[in-house]
Write a protein that binds this ligand. Structure first.
Ligand code: HEC
Ligand code: HEC
Length: 405
């Protein structure tokens, strides 16, 4: 305690000046609903520590030649493509190559599926082999993935309608993927002919977040692990004959835990009357037939994810989006024109991590939400036609709703 009254008053005054000055100098911290990179609510303290360990590995671990980068790679950290866990800029696009038919990627011996367009000194960056077709992918936001991972296969299959029996012109199908050796099936998985439903990635080619993470280390950064011990080579020539694991199993698992426990985006202004009008239009225009708004998770080993209702606006199914979005490239059983419905939560925050402009759709070709809607074809053609027929006010309300997500 400060005994001298004058000194005490002086210090208080000084503190007040600093407080006021700092208020002026420092911009206010962004509100929680403007941020994507926090943990879900209700983690235990042990879970919080794992989240933080994963956060460091995801955002702060930068790979260099010394700690295993490459020899062929695309970028040097997860966070460099997934900044703030928001959508990435087209500067950080990935290119994948293969062929247009679904007989399985014929170019896996020639460095596929992913083009490693950078190399460490002494190596030549990879080229797309002759005869291959390719597609570009911009980084998606990584928020709320644990909720999607906690859905059961039965829930996903309940929305699939491969033969369009309900006659609405929309026939979502799951992608089925051969599991990697390290995949541990859960009781909710329902394999078909030994293959599992893919949930993650733009063509739904990753079965779970471990699958996605292991491939990201290996294919995006040339980092080996016990899960993927071989360095990706080029043109059928392995990069190093004997590669050591360059990232520890526990680090990979921490990153998976981090991805599972990233919070879901929080809607801004949900009760605004224009937003509510737009929400109704979203259903009227059949957008919600693919962009399923509401889901409830099944049981989870993380209690914060157990039996939770959430609003991602995806059905996790593949849809034929028409010739305009056909890149001539397949993954699993996804046809060249088929894409997994992307979640729309966090859409309004996308441009914050994309340099102030929207870059939407799988390769970022749409620079506004309206452009993205107008690129919908195939199974979504009807929705696009209905959108075009709206009044200007209705169009604005729909877009205001999408920006609030
Ligand atoms: C070179 C840029 C780049 C790097 C580095 C990178 N990613 Fe990605 N990430 C992408 C792109 C592009 C996609 C979309 C790929 C696809 O759809 O198949 C993606 C997809 C994902 C997804 C799927 C999200 C979803 O909604 O389905 C997860 C999870 C993910 N990345 C995690 C990681 C992790 C973990 C790392 C580091 C180990 C990492 N990424 C490194 C660019 C990158
Ligand atoms: C038949 C299913 C289907 C319907 C119906 C549909 N969408 Fe989509 N939507 C998709 C798919 C699949 C994509 C991703 C296409 C791609 O990446 O090339 C997408 C992409 C989007 C995107 C870009 C998201 C991003 O992150 O890049 C927006 C915005 C969007 N849809 C809004 C709408 C609206 C609004 C409607 C109704 C007018 C609608 N969609 C109707 C399947 C659908």
């Amino acid at each position: 305690m400060i005994k001298n009254k004058k000194l005490c008053l002086f210090l208080l005054g000084f503190a007040a000046i600093i407080f006021v000055a700092c208020e002026k100098l420092l911009p206010g911290a962004p509100a929680q609903n403007e941020l994507l990179d926090g943990p879900v609510e209700g983690l235990t303290s042990e879970e919080n520590s794992k989240f933080l360990a994963g956060d460091v590995a995801f955002n702060d671990a930068i790979f260099t030649v010394e700690n295993g980068l490459g020899p062929y790679f695309v970028a040097t950290s997860c966070g460099s493509c997934h900044a703030g866990d928001g959508k990435g800029h087209p500067f950080t696009t990935l290119t994948r190559f293969g062929q247009s038919d679904t007989t399985g990627n014929q170019f896996l011996n020639l460095g596929g599926p992913q083009l490693q367009n950078r190399a460490i000194p002494g190596y030549q960056p990879e080229q797309i082999p002759a005869g291959a077709t390719s597609a570009k992918f911009t980084p998606p936001a990584n928020t709320g993935l644990g909720f999607l991972a906690a859905l059961t296969d039965a829930q996903i299959l309940a929305n699939a309608d491969p033969n369009d029996l309900n006659g609405d012109g929309i026939s979502g199908v799951p992608n089925y993927i051969s599991a990697p050796f390290f995949f541990v099936p859960q009781s909710f998985h329902q394999p078909l002919n030994g293959k599992y439903i893919g949930r993650f990635g733009k063509k739904a080619a990753a079965i779970d977040l471990l699958h996605q993470t292991v491939n990201a280390y290996n294919q995006d950064m040339g980092i080996t692990s016990e899960f993927a011990p071989a360095e990706p080579g080029v043109n059928g020539v392995p990069a190093y004959p004997l590669a050591n694991p360059e990232v520890a199993v526990n680090t990979v698992l921490d990153v998976v835990f981090y991805l599972r426990t990233l919070k879901a985006p929080i809607q801004r202004d949900p009760t605004n009357e224009n937003v509510l009008a737009g929400k109704q239009l979203f259903t009227d225009l059949k957008c919600a037939s693919c962009h399923t708004s509401e889901w409830t998770t099944g049981p989870s080993d993380i209690s914060a994810l157990s039996y939770k209702t959430f609003y991602p606006y995806t059905d996790l199914l593949l849809h034929d989006m028409g010739a305009g979005l056909d890149d001539g490239y397949t993954e699993g059983i996804a046809l060249t024109s088929e894409w997994r419905t992307p979640p729309l939560w966090g859409l309004g925050l996308a441009k914050n991590s994309q340099g102030g402009t929207y870059y939407l759709m799988h390769d970022g070709r749409a620079t506004s939400i309206e452009d993205a809607i107008l690129l919908h074809g195939g199974e979504a053609l009807q929705s696009k036609i209905l959108y075009e027929a709206l009044s200007d006010t209705d169009k604005q309300n729909l877009i205001q709703f999408l920006e609030s997500l």
